[in-house]
Design a protein around this ligand. Sequence first.
Ligand SMILES: [Zn+2]
Length: 302
Amino acid sequence: MPTRRSVLVAFSALALGGCSAPAPSGSASPVAASAAPVADDAAADTAVDVVTTPPTVPAHASPTPPRPTLEQVQARFGGRAPKTWGLDVPGVATRSGAGTVALTFDACGGTGGNGVDGWLISALRKNKVPATLFLNARWIAANPGTSAELAADPLFELADHGTAHRPLSVNGRSAYGIAGTASLAAVYEELVSNRAHLEALVPKPGRWYRPGTAYYDEVSAEVTRAVGLVPVNFSVNGDGGATFSASQVVTAVGAVGPGDIVISHMNRPGSGTAPGYEAVLPRLLDRGVTFATLSKAGLALA
Ligand SMILES: [Zn+2]
């Protein structure tokens, strides 16, 4: 039997395919990826004792600092050469600060990525499990009614999955064959333009940001914080970019412990994601695992 950690690391090395490019119909083949370390679960327990009601005042209700202009960002960060590129770079949050598990679901948008996994949403509602939903501007534009419906549901917190779904790079690095942003101006555009769409849905969307493909360099992660957002990735890859079978989802998500942030996808109906979550959520609740949105999980804003 592989250890829990080896299983998680193996899953985490798989591409975030649902977050990058449309998968061929019926394909379950993971795309080769650079195996960045993403699942530091060594300290995670397997259960907590009591299911408690999260605090009622979300962290994102705190005042949002004024956003610097592009010129101010260029003056501060111009000339910085990044040293890292990947899923877990300095400055990116990968675990929450509390004893809860934070489920996060990306809605990537674009060709082949504008789907709505209604089965998954129903499974979350049926089990009353909260989640943070990272919405891309293209997905919101393609699904205005669903976006409004999700925004109105207190079970869900909306967060930011970028404007054009680009890997966040100051110098044009790419991930999974998708070209990243290539300048501070492009990083700034990718970071801030989707805010208006989110703020049209909810007065105070979560200040959490995850770029397309979840790749950053550490300079772009620092820029993310400078514009008032928090770069968030994950400690558990729950669905391998919506390429996992249901049983793989059950294995990956079933191994979560307090403080984990789980990434999966809500834009791939027909994948193993929904049946996997439908099977595993009751087991986790029976085990006493508590779920919360990133805000209510106590993820630090600074
Ligand atoms: Zn995505």
